[in-house]
Design a protein around this ligand. Structure first.
Ligand SMILES: [Zn+2]
Length: 94
């Protein structure tokens, strides 16, 4: 099994979900609980409901920025984040 390569593989949805969550929920103070555990749980739950878009670390940044500009993608992800926020607010893991 190979665990490391020169180029790493990353899911473009990770930074995109994190950024959208940060801008729309964390910065606006809209969360019932904004501890680190709840924030990570919301991001994980969202990522598990959004199709991954894999890229390599070499071309990643431009690809992620281009994806991030798509209004349809943003609204799909925001819908999933909104659902995840509700689930975690009702059943926080602490
Ligand atoms: Zn919490």
């Amino acid at each position: 099994m190979i665990f490391s390569r020169d180029l790493s593989i990353l899911n473009a949805m990770e930074p995109i979900v994190s950024n959208l969550f940060e801008d729309n929920y964390v910065k606006t103070g809209a969360l019932k609980c904004d501890c680190e555990k709840c924030q990570i749980d919301i991001i994980l739950l969202t990522l598990n409901h959004v199709a991954p878009h894999y890229t390599s670390s070499q071309t990643g940044e431009a690809y992620i920025k281009a994806l991030y500009q798509e209004p349809q993608l943003q609204s799909d992800i925001l819908r999933e984040i909104t659902n995840a926020v509700k689930v975690i607010a009702e059943r926080p893991n602490h």
